[in-house]
Design a protein around this ligand. Structure first.
Ligand code: NDP
Length: 265
């Protein structure tokens, strides 16, 4: 467990941090001593409870918790987001690309629509890819001035390698992020910037609320660990470990966090 004082003044940006997995990640990073910026599509007033909860979770009352609305699929919003963090903190230490969507409608490959594909790819793949590019350029400059631990973490999914035929667009978006992780790790490791990916299994959030019945039925056979759904805290714990430098010799590593769901039987 890292001493939170070691992260004093260090800044973590978590996209989609106002609820679900992103909130679980932001909470663990706040407890690790980071100043936190969370983003999402909603107005700040809609995430007031999340901000209060993060203030309660932080290790020290001097840690800053900020929210700014930013649609990751918009180039202008990503640019404004980077400017917001720069104006407010003048530094960035951790980027967590967590914001993402599931398909509105599940459709067989033969029926899938271009609109759904575009929405999934621009939110789950293009947005994080180009936000990473903007933050990576900035991190490289910061590293050249003073080398410190800096980390980029992508929230992919077991769907990156376990395909569902009626969610092809989602699987492709997550497989893309998995490859982007390897590419960015290859490009940024030389600057001392860690790039990692976590692949959650089935985590209890708003995203999965609609399919809870289906997965509850699979729980007994598929989940080896405690027969329970994963929680945002499970993912947050792993991401905080990575952000705190607990995996020093594994550039581009993937952590599969699925309770054993995809292990061979
Ligand atoms: P939720 O639907 O609970 O939360 C999604 C978060 O992403 C919200 O904060 C939302 O913001 C934000 N978001 C969505 N679209 C955008 C956008 N265009 N711009 C900015 N923010 C956006 O989902 P989860 O917490 O379950 O999922 C988080 C990540 O984890 C996703 O990438 C998902 O694919 C991945 N994942 C989830 C799994 C699960 O079982 N839940 C399993 C594997 C991966 P707002 O609140 O403002 O709408």
């Amino acid at each position: 467990m890292t001493n939170p004082a070691e992260n004093k003044g260090r800044v973590a940006l978590v996209t989609g941090g106002g609820r679900g997995i992103g909130f679980g990640i932001a909470k663990k990073l706040a407890a690790s001593g980071f100043d936190i910026v969370i983003t999402g599509r909603r107005d700040k007033s809609d995430v007031a409870d999340a901000i209060i909860a993060l203030e309660e979770a932080r290790a020290d009352a001097s840690q800053v918790i900020e929210y700014t609305a930013a649609d990751v699929s918009s180039a202008a919003a990503r640019e404004a987001l980077v400017r917001f963090v720069d104006d407010r903190f003048k530094r960035i230490d951790v980027l967590v690309n967590n914001a993402g969507i599931a398909p509105r409608v599940r459709a067989d490959l033969l029926e899938a629509t271009e609109d759904s594909f575009d929405e999934l790819i621009s939110t789950n793949l293009k947005g994080p890819y180009f936000l990473t590019q903007a933050i990576a350029k900035w991190m490289v400059q910061l590293q050249e001035a003073k080398r410190e631990r800096r980390t980029i973490l992508n929230v992919s999914s077991v769907s990156a390698f376990v395909a569902s035929i009626n969610r092809g667009d989602y699987c492709i978006s997550k497989a893309g992020i998995a490859m982007a992780t390897k590419l960015w790790a290859s490009r940024l490791t030389q600057y001392g910037i860690g790039v990692f990916e976590v692949q959650p299994g089935v985590i209890a959030t708003d995203m999965t609320a609609g399919v809870k019945g289906k997965y509850d039925a699979l729980m007994e056979t598929d989940l080896l660990l405690d027969k329970r759904w994963g929680t945002p805290d499970d993912i947050g714990t792993a991401v905080a470990m990575l952000a705190n430098g607990s995996l020093p010799y594994a550039p581009g590593a993937t952590l599969v966090l699925d309770g054993g769901m995809t292990l061979p039987r």
